[in-house]
Design a protein around this ligand. Structure first.
Ligand code: FE2
Ligand code: FE2
Length: 284
């Protein structure tokens, strides 16, 4: 199937995951300069089940502020609109995309463990290199692979073909996609993220995390997630593996050189964080 056909099919699919109304509304409100803290809190409070999750998240170390904030308005005041928006988007996307294992070779718990891992590593790297967009980094890591879920859900045959190819030819998922399809999960995810009206920073990370582009608004954020993804894939199961430096974008390698050289020192600490983040996101 040609990539255009696939994207057209995506347009037509009715059961395409929709971002919950609240997250959409919050995204829209943040594009409007007139939005006040009170307005934003009111919209989020419409979903009473979501409020405690959001508060728990903004009080966690994942968003970088370990504090005791007990109301939404206060959270928005102290942490800013973007951080709270990212918390809403993260919680709602995980909820919307927690499908049952749809296909052989796909395990949703493993998928989210990978994503949470990339998020936590991204967060670590961002702090180390003093990235300017700290508030976006965890969410960007969390969502970078959403396109895979769409592939499994909406194009199970294509997913299966790629999965078989990873086994037969000993390829990474991305390499197998290149071999088998005219499209990949990054492009599909980017397409969906645009439809969801996610902020441009997040769309770019989802779309270009395997093939870094410098000509985007925030290449640093993209490079962080790109490197975190590779670290997660190399070290999750085996701390002694060497990272395949050839798959890392050269500027990213340069930017995070010392973090990559010391990865076996700091990874175990981050791994603990990954486990507690998984408990938070994957409970229920
Ligand atoms: Fe990916
Ligand atoms: Fe990934």
């Amino acid at each position: 199937m040609e990539s255009n056909k696939i994207l057209k099919k995506l347009d037509r699919i009715e059961q395409l995951p929709t971002l919950p109304a609240i997250a959409m509304e919050v995204n829209k409100m943040l594009q409007d300069y007139e939005t006040s803290i009170k307005d934003l809190a009111m919209v989020i409070e419409k979903d009473q089940a979501m409020v405690p999750k959001i508060l728990k998240l903004v009080n966690s170390s994942f968003f970088g502020f370990q504090s005791q904030i007990s109301s939404l308005s206060r959270a928005i005041m102290l942490l800013g609109f973007n951080t709270v928006r990212n918390a809403v988007v993260s919680v709602s996307i995980i909820k919307a995309l927690s499908i049952k294992d749809g296909s052989e070779g796909f395990n949703i718990a493993e998928f989210w463990t990978h994503s949470v891992g990339v998020a936590a590593i991204s967060r670590y790297l961002a702090e180390k290199i003093r990235c300017q967009s700290l508030e976006d980094v965890f969410t960007a890591g969390l969502l970078h692979d959403v396109g895979k879920i769409i592939l499994v859900q909406s194009f199970p045959d294509l997913f299966k073909r790629v999965w078989l190819s990873t086994k037969e030819n000993n390829l990474s998922f991305y390499e197998a996609e290149k071999k088998e399809l005219s499209i990949n999960h990054a492009r599909i995810g980017g397409y969906l993220a645009k439809k969801w009206k996610l902020p441009q920073n997040l769309i770019d990370v989802i779309q270009y995390h395997h093939k870094v582009r410098k000509s985007i608004r925030n290449p640093e954020l993209l490079m962080i997630v790109h490197v975190a993804d590779i670290i997660m894939n190399s070290y999750m199961n085996d701390l002694l593996t060497e990272i395949d430096l050839s798959v890392i974008y050269p500027d990213a390698r340069e930017l995070m050189k010392s973090e990559m050289e010391t990865v076996t020192d700091w990874f175990p600490g981050v791994l603990e964080e990954i486990h507690s983040a998984c408990q938070f996101f994957l409970e229920e």
